[in-house]
Design a protein around this ligand. Sequence first.
Ligand code: URA
Length: 296
Amino acid sequence: MSSSVREASAALEAIAREIRSCTRCPLHEGRTHAVPGEGPPDAPLLFVGEGPGAEEDQQGRPFVGAAGRLLDRLLASIRVPREKVFITNTVRCRPPGNREPRPDEVAACLPYLVRQMSVLQPRVVCLLGATATRALLGSDQKLNQVHGRAVREAGRWWFATYHPAAALRSASVANALQEDFRRLRRLVDVEWGTEVPDRWKPGALQKIFADGEATEPVVVSEADSLRVTWDVGAVHPTFRTESALVELLCRFLRRQRKAQAEVVSLQTTDAHSRRVPPESPVCVHLYAEVRLGPQL
Ligand code: URA
């Protein structure tokens, strides 16, 4: 174990100790055990659920009940070992009767998650369910609109999906969750495969696109800034958010130009040049103004 991993491990254990004796909100009154979360200190992938259920409260470990067993199967289905990811929750003490945590309880517990994330520095954060999605992506987020799509914010990927417990109650949610996990795998492959401009993995490039037909951004003019067009019709739905397209565009340009790239303005349109959001299935073109920064 390197010294930085040892330090991260000690920092996570210190946060866990605080959580186990926390009294910041009334949820502590009914707990058997608080559930700080678990996983390796250098886990690049973080899962955030809602809050402990009965079995988690008994054992002090996250996702060990029925929802946890489904999470284990979902992870296995995308060939991600549970021991390689960090798993935690929005609140760390069981809400009575498994009710949804209240906003004040979420707010009291959130600083622990922020601190765990600042130690872990995960490259991808998967939000399981509406509570985690609202807590981390904003209270206006509707899970049925944002699930299954990568969002790039604060230097990392965020990916919301349904809570496994909801999938145990509904076959259609179970199908959507399974499809979202396939997308999560795609996101992980793209993240791992395109991060270093000189060492893009060919398989990762294909995964940006739905049918494997790669269309790269094209620089149409360059003065102080670059004008770029990109035929995004074939980009996989996983990456059809403005922030994901911006990030991928910058990665393409970093690789082409061997320089940092920053998107100054961006527009997405349909085949008739009408402005449409990137999420729209009829969105086929992207136009951007990009400023190049220091050489890599
Ligand atoms: N549901 C959650 O949200 N978290 C757990 O740890 C278990 C079930």
